[in-house]
Design a protein around this ligand. Structure first.
Ligand SMILES: *Cc1c(COP(=O)(O)O)cnc(C)c1O
Length: 397
């Protein structure tokens, strides 16, 4: 019987709304792209993770269409029963070769990959040392394991050292340092060279979730380990196919052979959730082919990012420093959250889609509008976004 639960839930929803935290979903009436249409109007999209513009790339769509005929619509099975097609195995091989690891294993999402990896590898005698800003799926995955947990301040190597010392003092056997490659609210990189040095000093493994980097960070698009020159020093890499690599869905763990072999035997989201759909496997494979065969989209993305950053600074906005296509525009102070929200609303009115973030998603007093550049944007698109920022600031004050 639903009974008073109805009123309780309604009150919770009201609290969320009163706190200004209610998330309304805007429905698109078009494919995901640099230009999208919503029920109300056309919009220039600056809030997708479509970094390389592959979400509606013709070659990716064609590969997925062909796969529907060749491989069918669904697998109706988990991998180990009868859900493995040759293309699933081939994509795993391709991801491993691309990232330079022994092997890789596909999941339905990176959320599942992170949810399924820690419990298998780290038990109660072990220690997980995790960056405080790591993605929600890492936090949940770490919770599912019985390992001792240590948290270090974001990208702070001195604090990481202190936590590693604490883990050693507690007698931890296996130790692993866990970090996002890119922190998505700041567009900043984890200092992977320093992290690998410390891990080596303390005999710890290194785990990097590179979801916001794979495909476009590093000269070959191989991600933050490539950017920092530590590809052969990272033990476990997780990532998503749902961002730069076509943006559909799916995730992976790329690692040493034994790690991947054990995940296939023991990782619960892998064992008990359906195989990635055939068309998604084929489209993601085509996306990875594009990433491997040409740096052109990466270069366009870098150019767009630089242009946006420069024009915004020239216009007097406070942009967090960095080179990642996540560019946060800061609105500090007491009324920052309100101003960021008003400016984002005003910009949407002018057909530019950006999102404001405030507490508790980011620290109090550090409200921001997070802009995400894409290789699909033209130079005019980038300039239009900056113009919309300026007009909105004039209007909002
Ligand atoms: C987006 C993201 C995920 C989740 O990926 P999905 O494949 O959408 O589940 C996990 N980790 C990080 C760091 C992410 O940015």
């Amino acid at each position: 019987m639903y009974g008073t639960v109805k009123d309780d839930i309604a009150a919770t929803l009201q609290e969320i709304n009163d706190a200004g935290l209610y998330k309304n979903e805007r429905e698109l009436t078009s494919p995901q792209s640099a230009h999208v249409t919503t029920l109300k109007a056309e919009a220039l999209n600056f809030c997708a993770n479509n970094y390389l513009g592959l979400a509606d790339d013709p070659a990716v769509i064609e590969a997925a269409k062909k796969a529907l005929d060749e491989w069918g619509f669904g697998m109706a099975s988990v991998r180990f029963i009868c859900g493995t097609q040759t293309q699933h195995t081939a994509l795993e091989r391709k991801i491993a070769d691309f990232l330079g690891t022994d092997a890789a294993i596909l999941y339905s999402s990176c959320f599942d990959a992170n949810g399924g990896v820690f419990e298998v590898l780290f038990g109660e005698r072990d220690a997980i040392i995790s960056d405080e800003l790591n993605h929600a799926s890492i936090i949940d995955g770490v919770r599912l394991s019985k390992a001792m947990r240590y948290r270090y301040r974001n990208a702070d190597l001195a604090d990481l050292r202190a936590q590693l010392e604490a883990a050693v003092a507690a007698g931890a056997e296996r130790k692993v340092v866990v970090t996002d490659g890119v922190f998505s609210m700041d567009g900043s990189y984890a200092p992977l060279d320093g992290i690998c040095d410390l891990a080596e000093e303390f005999g710890a493994m290194v785990f990097v979730d590179d979801s916001h980097a794979v495909g476009f960070v590093g000269s070959g698009g191989k991600g933050t380990p490539e950017l920092f020159g530590v590809q052969d020093r990272v033990d476990i890499i997780t990532g998503t196919l749902g961002k730069a690599l076509g943006g559909a869905s799916g995730g992976y763990v790329a690692s040493h052979q034994e790690v991947v072999d054990l995940l296939r035997q023991r990782s619960r989201p892998y064992l008990f959730s359906n195989s990635v759909a055939p068309a998604v496997v084929a489209g993601s494979t085509a996306a990875l082919d594009l990433v491997e065969s040409s740096g052109e989209k990466r270069e366009t993305l870098a150019r767009n990012t630089e242009l946006f950053d420069r024009l915004m600074r020239e216009a007097g906005f406070e942009v967090l420093p960095g080179t990642h296509p996540i560019r946060p525009i800061m609105f500090p102070g007491e009324d920052g959250a309100r101003r960021a929200a008003d400016i984002a609303d005003h910009m949407l009115g002018r057909g530019v889609y950006v999102i404001a973030f405030s507490f508790p998603v980011v620290p109090r007093g550090k409200a921001r509008i997070r802009v995400q550049l894409s290789a699909a944007h033209s130079e005019d698109d980038v300039r239009a976004c900056v113009d919309a920022f300026i007009a909105a600031r004039d209007a909002v004050g």
